[in-house]
Design a protein around this ligand. Structure first.
Ligand code: KIV
Length: 267
């Protein structure tokens, strides 16, 4: 029988060598489905802004939106560790506000940990949140909230000095007390080196096979949202076609009065 995963279980997986499987989720029914799928971490990512709300990037996502989606996912009471993203401007301004917002994701949303983007520049903020016993997952490399600094969603750390900076970021996040770190969009060799140097688990997305785990956006693997199609995404289903064909068939049957039939009517 499976049981609730904690940050300790996730950290043990690095030591035992068992890969960590993480996936994003933003709603209750999907979280219920995921609960039977041997997933270790559910991330209510701020990617919700792009794949659910239709924004161009994650910058507009609010605390209220994150709490709403986290609460919906938490209601499924899944065994996976529930991590919620801290949206842009919820942690960058000052430590007090960052602590308050991290606390709200736990208290009002039901998250068991929070994730925030950045390296050396957010180490103090990570430390302050961890100090109030809210576990923090770091996120370095291609950090979507920094889209304007990066000039787009570009692979980071390709040049040697950039790679050194990402290693310094990873070490800073670890020293600040993060229990794990997402490493997004970086060369696999660099991700392998950082993973070997850290004692906390690394969870890769577009960072090659040698991270301690992987995370992907659920809409991407299901083939629901084809707005962006990065090289690192593998599609495991074509849900867009499945949904479109079901809805088209329903529409045809309504127009031809095939539906509702006897079976779906009351006497
Ligand atoms: O917002 C998100 O979904 C994320 C993952 C893709 C790592 O940060």
């Amino acid at each position: 029988m499976s049981r609730k995963k904690t940050i300790l279980d996730i950290q043990k997986m690095k030591k035992s060598g068992e890969k960590i499987c993480a996936i994003t989720c933003y709603d209750y029914p999907t979280a219920q489905i995921i609960n039977g799928c041997e997933v270790d971490v559910i991330l209510v990512g701020d990617s919700v802004g792009v794949v659910f709300s239709g924004y161009d990037n994650t910058l507009r996502v609010t605390m209220e939106e994150m709490i709403y989606h986290t609460r919906a996912v938490a209601r499924a009471k899944a065994d996976a560790l529930l991590v919620a993203d801290m949206p842009f401007l919820s942690y960058q301004l000052d430590v007090r506000e960052a602590r308050l917002n991290a606390g709200r994701l736990v208290k009002d949303g039901g998250a068991e940990a929070v994730k925030l983007e950045g390296g050396e520049n957010v180490a103090d903020i990570i430390r302050a949140i961890v100090d109030m016993d809210v576990p923090v997952m770091g996120h370095i490399g291609l950090t979507p909230q920094s889209i304007h600094r990066m000039g787009g969603y570009k692979v980071q750390g390709k040049k040697e000095e950039q790679g050194e900076k990402l290693l310094a970021d990873a070490l800073a996040v670890q020293s600040a007390g993060a229990f794990a770190v997402v490493m997004e969009g970086m060369p696999l060799k660099l991700a392998r080196q950082i993973t070997a140097e850290l004692s906390i688990p690394t969870i890769g997305i577009g960072a090659g096979p040698d991270c301690d785990g992987q995370v992907l956006v659920i809409h991407d693997i299901l083939g629901i949202c084809d707005k962006y199609s990065p090289k690192f995404v593998k599609r495991y289903a074509d849900a867009k076609s499945l949904i479109a064909s079901a809805v088209t068939q329903y529409s045809h049957e309504v127009k031809s009065v095939e539906f509702p039939d006897e079976e779906h009517s009351f006497h």
